[in-house]
Ligand binder design. Structure first.
Ligand code: SAH
Length: 347
């Protein structure tokens, strides 16, 4: 029989407080539960030893405590770990752990598949199955930290895996609040980044709800090219997208927007494209991250040469744009940007 009990990890802390209060339990017990679950990684309520036994038993009976189980993991030569996780309905979810010196970044998925169909993205080629629940988003963190090396700590979280976060906004916001909550994962607000392909009407909602970094997948600075790469651009063209960013009071030099620009040979890598990009984003507090395209079987596109990528970065820098050229991580295990397609089984 399938378990139809609700998942405790779907509850915001305020909702858990209210439930407990309604049962005559002190609401601050909610913080204790959250601290066991997320700060200490204990998912068995019977092991939450500072809770009254009767409460432990009620919690154990009423709720499900795990939303994702391990389904496989692959480790890259560069230390990147791709985790394949399985939801109760069999849906596969991928997350990636990326160590970089002192930093360890976790890349999370927000949907099974994605409806946006960006032309160069492996997830886009899969189509859309469903949104992930808050519990399934948070369980990616709970499972993936089991893959950390001794002494290694999770320092950053990016919502750049499968799916479009702003099309699953309430669940993403609840998950972010738990990532930031001092009794839960206790990450600093600047350590969490939510990336969008440009769902313009939801950008303000996100920025008002949680103090995270915003990343916007730009990839082109003229509508003709962007219409093809990111079909969502036909609904929310560059003027609307850049206008919304220009007017967002939350975006400031201290909290700039991160523009992602995947460099694709012969498509968006011309010197003229760099000049246009610098021109169009002028006045928006921003950093540009250039990422050479990661090739995969669902795209005929490829990355420009290393020299062409550097030249593009140089043209931006010369025009006063703060720019970094990223190297791709985990490409040998299909864990790089846009490669999280979760198709065949992994070891
Ligand atoms: N839907 C959100 C978040 C997921 S994609 C968004 O679009 O921002 C995370 C980033 O990876 C996006 O910038 C996306 O355009 C980029 N990406 C997708 N496929 C890629 C590929 N094959 N190579 C490099 N970057 C890719």
């Amino acid at each position: 029989m399938t378990d139809s009990r609700p998942h405790l990890k779907d509850l915001p802390i305020e909702a858990l407080r209210a439930r407990l209060a309604a049962e005559g339990v002190a609401p601050w017990r909610a913080e204790q539960v959250v601290s066991w679950l997320y700060a200490r990684g204990v998912e068995d309520p019977m092991a939450m030893t500072d809770l009254p036994v009767a409460l432990r038993e009620r919690l154990a009976g009423a709720w499900r405590w795990r939303a994702l189980e391990w389904d496989g993991r692959v480790c890259s030569a560069d230390g990147t770990v791709k985790g394949r996780l399985r939801a109760a309905d069999g849906a596969r979810v991928e997350a990636v752990l990326i160590p970089e010196g002192e930093r360890t970044t976790l890349c999370l998925s927000t949907q099974v598949g994605c409806p946006l169909a960006c032309s160069f993205c492996a997830t886009g080629a899969l189509g859309f199955t469903r949104n992930l629940s808050t519990a399934e988003i948070l369980d990616q963190v709970c499972r993936m930290r089991e893959a950390l090396a001794p002494g290694q700590r999770l320092t950053n979280v990016v919502f750049m895996g499968m799916g479009e976060p702003l099309l699953n906004l309430p669940r993403v916001v609840d998950a972010v609040r738990m990532l930031l909550h001092p009794k839960a994962f206790a990450l600093g607000p600047r350590k969490v980044t939510v990336s969008t392909a440009g769902v313009v009407p939801r950008i303000g909602d996100l920025l008002r709800a949680v103090p995270v970094n915003l990343a916007v997948s730009l990839h082109a600075a003229d509508d003709e090219v962007r219409d093809v790469l990111v079909p969502l651009n036909r609904r929310f063209p560059l003027d609307a997208l850049l206008g919304a960013l220009r007017e967002a009071p939350e975006i400031t030099p201290r909290r700039p927007v991160f523009f992602e620009y995947t460099l694709i040979e012969g498509v968006n890598d011309a010197p003229e494209a760099a000049r246009r990009l610098a021109e169009r984003i002028r006045g928006i507090p921003a950093k540009v991250n250039l990422i050479p395209l990661n090739p995969h079987p669902d795209t005929t596109h490829g990355p420009p040469s290393a020299e062409a990528c550097s030249r593009f970065a140089g043209l931006l820098a010369r025009r006063g744009v703060t720019v970094t050229l990223r190297r791709s991580r985990g490409a040998d295990v299909d864990a790089a940007c846009g490669q999280l397609a979760a198709r065949e089984a992994v070891a």
